[in-house]
Ligand binder design. Structure first.
Ligand SMILES: NC(=O)c1ccc[n+]([C@@H]2O[C@H](COP(=O)([O-])OP(=O)(O)OC[C@H]3O[C@@H](n4cnc5c(N)ncnc54)[C@H](OP(=O)(O)O)[C@@H]3O)[C@@H](O)[C@H]2O)c1
Length: 340
């Protein structure tokens, strides 16, 4: 298959209009790539898109946002209950956001010794004795582990403690039922990209959550990406159906695009690599651009061209939109059933 080298990126159409007296510009590869993208996506800021090369997933413990100021809203004392995939990723995000490790106590009896050692080496406390009644308790055990965890958490969560839960399907009433002294509860639904600081979290606060506590919850949740607050707890099922389950829909898109590529004659490995990078690259472009998804789509769709032909199928009356509505509604129904 023909591969285009960096030098094959077409020049910006307006380049010939440069005044003759201008000094010859010195351009690096990234600048050349950015120019090609500007030609493709007029009016869309494409800052540093030329640096989108290679894997961007930070290693655990990497500082994700150097230079980001420490949020004054981060709590003075925090207990994290459950430091598995989601709890561990959140803790990583808080430390990267500047939360002092000594302010955090982790309660997780199942923590593998190497993980416990690694957190302790970073200055995180692992002994709940002396944790007192912290400013915030974050619950990140499996939903079915809530009852078992509640025994240890209930004495810590007092009337002045902010409780933040990411437990799928556990309502604010469920949480208050297990933590009888707690008043201020935030129920949040993060998603998998939170593990690389690119999450999308929906959150709802109980009426007792003060303005300061809400800022604290926002600072804790936004250390791992975007946070959207909803006012009605019932909407958390919709959040679950859109962003909670959403990464799986995008992974399916990559799978089915690869399958379609094979059907079109590409070798399976080539189709898989092209589909994967297309989904990852388009997602990155969408994430870095100020433009709406529809505008980006229109910018790459020439009338009568190949993309328009494909979109004619995907955007037909029985195309992707009704299917996506049905899929999201099914996830929302299931979230309601699971929450009881
Ligand atoms: N992962 C995601 O993408 C995602 C997305 C949205 C929401 N969530 C929510 O996040 C929560 C955690 O999910 P996860 O994927 O991070 O699960 P996980 O990797 O299994 O982490 C849960 C951790 O809690 C520990 N734990 C169990 N019982 C405990 C107790 N009584 N006290 C303290 N710690 C205890 C577990 O230890 P053991 O392994 O020894 O049991 C484990 O380390 C779930 O409620 C889930 O609904 C996760």
């Amino acid at each position: 298959m023909e591969q285009r080298g960096r030098g094959d990126v077409p020049p910006r159409p307006a380049a010939h209009r440069r005044r003759r007296a201008d000094p010859a510009p010195v351009r690096d590869d990234a600048q050349i790539r950015r120019r090609g993208l500007r030609a493709l996506l007029p009016g869309v800021p494409v800052r540093d898109l030329g640096r989108q090369v290679g894997p961007r997933i930070p290693r655990r413990g990497a500082v994700r946002d150097r230079g980001r100021g420490v949020s004054p809203a981060l709590p003075a004392s925090l207990v994290l209950v459950g430091a598995g995939k989601m709890g561990g990723a959140m803790l990583d995000g808080w430390l990267a956001a500047g939360l002092e490790p000594a302010r955090v106590t982790v309660i997780d009896p199942g923590l593998p010794p190497e993980a416990a050692e690694a957190w302790a080496a970073r200055g995180v406390r692992l002994d709940p004795a002396g944790a007192g009644e912290p400013d915030a308790v974050v619950l990140a055990v499996k939903p079915q582990g809530l009852d078992a965890a509640a025994g240890a958490v209930a004495p810590l969560a007092g009337p002045g403690t902010l409780v933040v839960s990411v437990l799928a399907g556990k309502t604010i009433a469920d949480l208050k039922g297990r933590l009888p002294r707690a008043r201020a509860v935030v129920r949040a639904m993060p998603n998998l990209p939170a593990s690389i600081g690119r999450g999308a979290t929906g959150a709802v606060a109980s009426p007792e959550v003060s303005a300061d506590q809400r800022r604290t919850a926002d600072a804790l949740l936004s250390a791992n990406g975007l946070v959207e607050w909803v006012v009605d707890e019932g909407l958390i099922d919709a959040v679950t159906a859109v962003s909670g389950s959403g990464p799986a829909y995008v992974f399916l898109l990559a799978e089915t695009l690869a399958e379609a590529g094979v059907a079109a004659g590409l070798p399976p490995e080539t189709a898989a690599r092209l589909a994967r990078q297309t989904v990852a690259g388009a997602g990155e472009l969408l994430g870095r651009s100020a433009a709406e998804a529809a505008e980006l789509r229109r910018n790459v769709t020439s009338p009568g061209g190949t993309t328009a032909a494909a979109l004619g199928v995907l955007m037909a009356g029985d195309g992707l939109a009704p299917l996506m509505r049905e899929a999201v509604a099914a996830a929302q129904r299931r979230a309601r059933e699971l929450a009881g």
